[in-house]
Design a protein around this ligand. Structure first.
Ligand SMILES: O=C(CO)[C@H](O)[C@H](O)COP(=O)(O)O
Length: 266
């Protein structure tokens, strides 16, 4: 490859990254504006690169709006985010009922089922999603798909207790017919990824036909002893907000309605 071609590729990648960041911000801001009402006191904050924009928009509601609120994190990253933003930190064991949880997703289908756990936080994310009266997803256009597994090819993230990981992997290969399931390895650390809960992660890529029935896969994986939580969230979200490249926002609601908010409409 020539140097010019290499530079063009890098430039294109940079441009796509910028567009995606802008789209994440747009989705997050729109969701906060529409759902984080002044009377809400307990707010769940998810994980990932979209969530900082959620917190940014909540902070912009002002000190008065936030002074009696408590924010519940889904992991180390969101805990740091809450604290560094000057918001009050709480935990789900103190506040088992949450007014609203906002979180990112790795992919969302037309029924609002989603894959989560790309950042290995899906156990706490699912607890906060389930504890919330309203659960809202925020993401960029790349996550908006008809069927799960379309763009996100890494597979279903599965949190497992360490001593059972080899048994669960074997179950996935031999019982659930998922030959490519593998233990997630760390990037800047030797060895495996260890979650905020001290567990391991297995990524299980299922064939596309099977991903059309995410609830069935979720239930089958959850039955394997040693599995702590599965990164398939089925029928949990009220709405999913997707920022688009052209500055518009697509909202998918849990009743099947799809709404488009044109660019610069606020
Ligand atoms: O599930 C998650 C972490 O476990 C994240 O919400 C998911 O990976 C999306 O992240 P991002 O907003 O960076 O695309």
């Amino acid at each position: 490859m020539t140097n010019e071609l290499q530079s063009l590729r890098e430039l294109n990648q940079l441009l796509n990254e910028r567009l995606s960041m802008k789209a994440k911000q747009l989705a997050a801001w729109t969701a906060v504006d529409q759902h984080v009402h002044p009377e809400y006191r307990v707010i769940g904050i998810g994980s990932g690169s979209t969530v900082p924009y959620v917190v940014e928009r909540i902070v912009s509601q002002g000190a008065e709006a936030n002074k009696n609120r408590v924010f519940i994190p889904t992991g180390f990253q969101s805990k740091e985010l809450i604290v560094s933003s000057g918001l009050t930190l709480g935990d789900v064991d103190q506040y088992p009922t949450i007014d609203i949880t906002l979180d990112g997703a790795d992919e969302v289908d037309t029924q609002l089922n989603c894959i989560k756990g790309g950042g290995a936080c899906h156990l706490r994310e699912k607890v906060l999603a389930e504890a919330a009266t309203t659960f809202i997803l925020v993401a960029d256009y790349r996550k908006n798909v008809e069927y799960l597994g379309t763009n996100f090819k890494a597979g279903v993230p599965i949190e497992v207790v360490p001593f059972a990981y080899a048994k669960v992997l074997q179950n996935l290969h031999q019982v659930l017919n998922c030959p490519k399931a593998s233990l997630r390895m760390a990037v800047a650390k030797a060895g495996q990824v260890v979650t905020d809960n001290g567990n391991f992660i297995i990524d299980a890529p299922f064939e596309s036909e099977r991903m059309k029935e995410p609830y069935t896969i979720m239930a089958q994986i959850k039955m394997l002893t040693g599995v702590v939580e599965v990164g398939l969230f089925c029928h949990m979200a009220r709405a999913a907000y997707f920022g688009n490249q052209d500055g518009s926002v697509t909202i998918k609601w849990n009743d099947g309605k799809i709404q488009e908010i044109p660019a610069n409409s606020s």
